[in-house]
Design a protein. Structure first.
Length: 84
């Protein structure tokens, strides 16, 4: 089994545990052809995980830490009460 750190867009600190956008994969996980296109990033991630599972016989577990929101997240700017 492979245990991945969070794969979402990171905040200003660039820590995988400081999430800028909880609903998007980080651009730096992909080549330039896929960056910025969430639908393509999701498709590519599914292909990679399928290959790991089927060809290597390994499972994966991804940390999803939705409450670790980066201080510069657009969501937090729209909901400042969440930071109190």
């Amino acid at each position: 089994m492979i245990h991945y750190t969070p794969l979402q867009q990171r905040g200003e600190s660039n820590s995988p545990y400081s999430i800028y956008e909880q609903l998007e994969f980080s651009d730096d996980l992909f080549d330039d052809k896929v960056k910025g296109n969430q639908k393509e990033k999701t498709k590519k991630m599914q292909e990679i995980l399928k290959k790991i599972r089927e060809e290597w016989g390994m499972l994966g577990m991804i940390d999803v830490v939705l409450n670790h929101t980066a201080h510069n997240s657009k969501w937090l700017e729209e909901h400042p009460e969440a930071g109190q």
